[in-house]
Structure formats: structure tokens, C-alpha cells
Design a protein around this ligand. Structure first.
Ligand SMILES: Nc1ncnc2c1ncn2[C@@H]1O[C@H](COP(=O)(O)OP(=O)(O)OP(=O)(O)O)[C@@H](O)[C@H]1O
Ligand SMILES: [Mg+2]
Length: 448
């Protein structure tokens, strides 16, 4: 947008400005009264308003011009306003800027300086508009998915994708490490879809043993196998007109993958032990922490099935790659657990906050949830202390090198070497490049 509204009651000023700005490829609309300024702003949006402050030839106070600034802002709060004054009264310009004008030009103006101001203010104004639009959009997305905490820039495209694809019937594959929120996202997609009035049906493929997949998914008839005492509907039937969430999809045995492919392609299936073909209109969301492309390469997952499942892929980043989410998530879980355990906790001590930020979170959001739950139970004050969190060491039990003293590092390496060589001191010393006596001296020193 590069249209500029110019307002001045002197025709020659307007003409000079119009020519100058046109030479820089700006479009201009010119008006000669403050009332016309408001009218024009109601009609269309502008990249910039350049406005003289004095309108009746014999007034010099500029009051009229000042008074209109708040009214302009009520119409378009992001519009940059540059005021002009013929009187070089800097006071007046300062007054205008206090009210919200972004810059001022004194008449007669210097062309280069005026153009520099125009360029800068238009660029700033456009940037401001863009951020405000983005923020409004984020607000909207967050409001639609209130239980998904997402403050980080890494989660923004994820939230946008969820909102965009949820209303369609497209099959969705959600990928991400354990505890990144795949189940939560599946539920959000369903809730934002036209199928939301029905319950989402979930099957955890990881919890099924080889023999029961088929009857679980497609149902069975009485007598189909020893335990089949009655007819039973499978999850596909239950999910008719709704969403079926196939969690941990990589666990589906190859033998069942062809059957799943068929339902997806045709909507048709049979209960185990029956030859009657049934139909179901099901939207499928699946989730996995495995890399299905690797599984395909290894021959454990059918490529054609993968292509049917991942029409849209939502990849959830691990928590360590969206650190801005750690604090808001921690606060969220603190509130939850404090309420549940009836504890009066107002927040985290600074050291506790630092410990949360330092941790690598291999178990992602679920780990954070559990750590906070335990801390809430442990805590005795009204703030969580670093100690309550039990996060003194890095995730794999190895202390962080950069937090250790030289002696601690040495003792740590010696212990490791001994463990690696089953307590054989000679081999441990050798592996560290130490003579046996030097090694023993250190053992003694560290009380090992
Ligand atoms: N962005 C988030 N905001 C709020 N809570 C979250 C968020 N992400 C995850 N959680 C919570 O963390 C826990 C773990 O999430 P979820 O079960 O969805 O993860 P997952 O990826 O399905 O894990 P797994 O692979 O182990 O099944 C749940 O209690 C969930 O509600
Ligand atoms: Mg899950």
C-alpha cells in the first residue's frame, strides 16, 4: 500500500507535494479541510497522512489540527501521521507528536528530508500493521484451541496448519517425539471439524496384540473365533460420520495394512467372520513417533498406505526446539496441579525457572507435566524451588559439563572409566592415559 492522503488548505502546497510524491511513485489524494480528512479515511485506507495543522489563514494556534488527531486514530490506529506546520513552531509539532503523530515537517520543507520521512513512516506503518494482523491471527488461533499452549514462533505454523486443515475431510498424520502433544492435536483437529458433534474414536495401535487388530478395527460376528461370544462392532463402524484416531500407527502389522488401505480407499470392510460388506464414512487422523518413511524403506510399512494417511502431515517440534513454550506450559501445569492437590502456589523461584529452561526435556511436554506435578507435591513454600523440580542433572543422568568444576569432571571420568572396565583399575588407568600410581592417587583423592 503506498497511497498517501495530503491535507492542506493551500492549493499550491498540495500541488507541490503531489508532484514531489508522484515523482517517487506514490499515489496521492489531496483534501483541503480537516472534515475531508475524516471523510477520506472512512472511505479507504492510506499508508500515510500528511497534514497541515492550520486551516483558517488567520489562525496560528493549530488547535484544530491537534484536536483531530485522536479522531483520526479512532478510525485507523495504525495510520502514520506526519504533521506540517508553516510556522516552524516546534512546540506545536511536539504537541502533535504527544498526541500520536509520528513525525513533522516544517514549511518550507526540504524535499529530500520530506521524502525520507515519508519512506520511513510508510515502512514502519506497514510493519506495524503486519504485526498487528499477525497478533490478531494468533489470538484467534489460540482462542479456538484454548487447551493448546503455544507461544513460540515454532508453533505458529503448526497452529495455522491445524486451523486450516481441520474443517476438511483430509486424512492427517501427526508426527513428533513422545509427549509432544500428538493426542492433544488430534483432538483439536476433530473439535474444529464439522464432525465435532460426534465423539472421536481412538484406537491405540501400540496397545493391541497381533491377533486382535482386525476384530478391534472392523468388529466380528458371533462365533468368528473362540472368544467371539456375540456380534461386536469395530472402531470403524463406531467412527462412522466421525473421526477415527489411529494412535501409534507404525505398530499396525503389515497383514492389517492392506485391510486398512482398502477401507480408506473405498470405505468398505467386513466384520471378522462375516462376508457382508459394511460402509463407513470416516475421517482418519493417525499419529506416530516413528519415521514412517524409514519404516517404508525397511519394508515394514506400505508406501501406498502412508500416502493415504499423510495427505496432510502435522509435525510437532520437540519441546527443546521451542523453548519459549516452556515457561507458559510450566505455569499452565502449575495451575492445574496446584488446584488438584489444593496447594497455594503462586509461581516459580528464579532458580527453578532457570532449571526448567536449562533442561533438555527428552520426554517433551509430558515430562514437563510430570516434573511440575511432582514439584507441586514436594513444594513447601508458596513458590516452586529449583530443588522441588529434581532437575539438577541433565536428562540422561550425566551432569552438564559446563556446570562442573575441573575436579568434578576428573572424578566423573574416572568413575566412568572404572565402570566401563568392570572395576579393573589397570585398564581404566590405561584408557585415561594415566600411570597406575597417578590413577591410584586420584582414586584416593576423590575417595573412590
Ligand atoms: N501445547 C500443549 N499445551 C498444553 N498441554 C499440552 C501441550 N502439548 C502436550 N500437552 C499435554 O502433555 C501431555 C502429553 O501430550 P500427548 O499425550 O498429546 O502427547 P503425545 O505426543 O501423544 O505423546 P505419546 O507419543 O507419548 O503418545 C498431555 O497431558 C497433553 O495434554
Ligand atoms: Mg499420544
Amino acid at each position: 500500500m503506498n497511497r498517501i492522503l495530503i491535507a492542506d488548505d493551500q492549493a499550491d502546497v498540495l500541488e507541490a507535494l503531489r508532484i514531489l510524491l508522484k515523482g517517487e511513485a506514490y499515489q496521492t489524494d489531496a483534501v483541503t479541510s480537516l472534515g475531508a480528512v475524516l471523510n477520506s479515511l472512512e472511505k479507504r485506507s492510506y499508508a500515510l497522512l500528511m497534514m497541515d495543522l492550520n486551516y483558517t489563514r488567520d489562525t496560528t494556534s493549530g488547535q484544530e489540527g491537534l484536536e483531530i488527531i485522536p479522531r483520526i486514530q479512532a478510525i485507523d490506529e495504525t495510520l502514520p501521521i506526519v504533521v506540517m506546520t508553516a510556522w516552524a513552531t516546534v512546540d506545536l509539532a511536539v504537541e502533535a507528536m504527544k498526541l500520536g503523530a509520528r513525525d513533522f515537517v516544517t514549511k518550507p520543507w526540504d524535499n529530500d528530508r520530506l521524502l525520507a520521512i515519508v519512506r520511513t513512516q510508510i515502512a514502519l506503518g506497514n510493519a506495524l500493521r503486519k504485526t498487528q494482523q499477525l497478533e490478531a491471527k494468533n489470538e484467534l488461533l489460540r482462542a479456538r484451541m484454548p487447551n493448546i499452549i503455544s507461544e513460540s514462533s515454532q508453533m505458529r505454523p503448526v497452529m495455522e496448519l491445524i486451523a486450516r486443515v481441520a474443517p476438511s475431510d483430509a486424512n492427517i498424520l501427526i508426527t513428533g517425539e513422545n509427549g509432544t502433544g500428538k493426542g492433544l492435536v488430534a483432538q483439536a483437529v476433530h473439535s474444529l471439524s464439522p464432525r465435532a458433534s460426534k465423539l472421536m474414536i481412538t484406537v491405540n495401535m501400540g496397545g493391541l496384540s497381533e491377533g486382535v487388530f482386525e476384530s478391534e478395527l472392523f468388529g466380528h460376528v458371533k462365533g468368528a473365533f473362540t472368544d467371539a461370544k456375540t456380534d461386536r462392532a469395530g472402531r470403524f463402524e463406531l467412527a462412522d460420520e466421525s473421526t477415527l484416531f489411529l494412535d501409534e500407527i507404525s505398530n499396525l502389522p503389515l497383514s492389517q495394512q492392506a485391510k486398512l488401505l482398502r477401507v480408506i480407499e473405498t470405505g468398505e470392510f467386513e466384520r471378522v467372520g462375516s462376508s457382508r460388506t459394511l460402509h463407513a464414512n470416516v475421517r482418519i487422523i493417525s499419529a506416530t513417533n516413528a519415521n514412517l518413511h524409514d519404516e517404508v524403506a525397511a519394508g515394514r510399512f506400505r508406501q501406498d498406505l502412508l500416502f493415504r494417511l499423510n495427505t496432510i502431515e502435522i509435525a510437532l517440534p520437540p519441546l527443546r526446539e521451542r523453548r519459549e513454550d516452556i515457561a507458559p506450559l510450566a505455569v499452565h501445569f502449575l495451575r492445574q496441579h496446584a488446584e488438584r492437590y489444593r496447594k497455594n502456589l503462586s509461581g516459580f523461584e528464579p532458580a527453578a525457572h532457570e532449571a526448567l529452561m536449562r533442561h533438555q526435556w527428552p520426554g517433551n511436554v509430558r515430562e514437563l507435566d510430570h516434573v511440575i506435578e511432582r514439584a507441586v507435591l514436594m513444594s513447601q513454600g508458596n513458590q516452586i524451588k529449583a530443588n522441588d523440580l529434581g532437575l539438577t542433572t541433565a536428562s540422561d543422568g550425566t551432569p552438564r559439563l559446563e556446570e562442573m568444576s575441573l575436579e568434578e569432571v576428573e572424578a566423573f571420568l574416572i568413575k566412568k572409566a572404572l565402570a566401563r572396565h568392570d572395576g579393573n583399575a589397570r585398564k581404566a588407568a590405561e584408557s585415561l592415559g594415566l600411570s597406575r600410581s597417578a590413577f591410584y592417587r586420584r582414586l584416593q583423592h576423590y575417595g573412590l
